[in-house]
Ligand binder design. Structure first.
Ligand code: SF4
Length: 327
């Protein structure tokens, strides 16, 4: 019988799922992903975690409880750094410990360290250590990883393909063949793609006849180019991506509106959200709204804010300068 590896559908799952799933499946494991976030997952997660945790981390606890009894191992890597010379939020490096101290009767956790600050050899060791839970052959592990990495690259390419053209306005705006509003939704990937957490925000925007974009759709090379204009050093991956997106958008003015989603309890958002807002307001006339979510946020309140924002964008089409870009 195949070894069952559980992956919580939360946090960086949204960014790396093709890599993680295809790696373990390539080794012959059965990968079990937790259910989509729902009220039960949110409630048990909030109950299991410490009060001070941010909502995404509380939800992560709920996803762990959702699958812990169905699997032989849980994949919860200790992520310290995802890019050379950058760090990620410290909550990711403490996640395995946080889970072990908050949740009882867990299966063994595959808690390998992911740290791009270290050498290539360290990364290879990480892959081998993770794979050893399922296979005893280093050769099989590395070849499964290489295939999984190609899958991940293909997935990233698919996200970016075509969309960057729309963002830069090539052809579409020039030929005036598409008359659809474009809204960039910014925030951490798990806030953008967990539709229970954000109360289906992306679909609400689409229902207002707008096309939705997210920072993942912009190639890193553009973000890195524009982020050089930022006056200060950026050591945080999330900060680089979001500030790079803000500078890119305010330079190109290629979207009709920007919605920034943050969650209560996020230290990074409390700083980066403010910087992004200032950059957009100072350098562009793109309408901007910041929506902060917590476990008590009501859907009616989100609906009202999204509808008001979308109405404001539509009115600006007609009334132009008479409508403030910032509410
Ligand atoms: S970046 Fe913010 S939302 Fe994400 S895990 Fe860290 S504190 Fe939580």
């Amino acid at each position: 019988m195949a070894i069952k590896v559980g992956i919580p559908k939360s946090l960086l799952f949204y960014e790396y799922y093709p890599l993680w799933i295809s790696f373990f499946e390539g080794l012959g494991a059965e990968v079990i992903v937790s259910d989509d976030t729902n009220k039960e997952i949110l409630d048990i997660g909030v109950k299991a975690s410490i009060d001070e945790a941010c909502i995404p981390v509380k939800i992560f606890h709920g996803h762990v409880i959702n699958i812990k009894d169905k699997v032989d191992y849980l994949f919860i890597p200790r992520i310290k750094s995802l890019f050379k010379n950058e760090y990620i939020c410290p909550k990711f490096s403490g996640l395995p410990e946080m889970i072990k101290s908050s949740i009882k009767e867990l299966p063994p956790i595959i808690d390998v360290e992911i740290n791009f600050f270290k050498s290539k050899k360290h990364l290879k060791d990480t892959v081998i250590r993770a794979g050893r839970y399922v296979s005893s052959s280093n050769r099989v592990i590395m070849s499964s990883y290489n295939r999984a990495y190609l899958e991940y690259k293909k997935h990233r390419k698919k996200i970016k393909e075509g969309i960057i053209n729309e963002l830069t306005g090539a052809d579409i705006v020039k030929n005036n063949i598409v008359d659809v509003r474009k809204v960039m939704v910014m925030g951490h990937p798990y806030n953008l793609y967990d539709s229970y957490l954000n109360m289906n925000l992306l679909n609400k925007i689409k229902q207002n006849e707008a096309k939705v974009f997210t920072p993942e759709m912009i190639d890193d090379k553009y973000l890195n180019k524009y982020v050089k204009d930022f006056d200060g050093e950026l050591y945080w991956t999330f900060a680089r991506k979001l500030i790079g997106t803000a500078l890119y958008l305010s330079h190109k003015e290629c979207v009709d509106g920007i919605i920034y989603i943050s969650t209560f309890g996020c230290g990074i958002d409390s700083v980066v959200g403010d910087i992004v807002e200032k950059l957009i307001r100072r350098n562009s006339r793109i309408p901007f709204v910041h929506i902060s979510l917590d476990e008590h946020s009501g859907e009616a309140g989100i609906n009202t804010r999204v509808e008001a924002f979308m109405d404001m964008i539509k009115w600006r089409d007609v009334l132009e300068d008479n409508i403030s870009a910032h509410g």
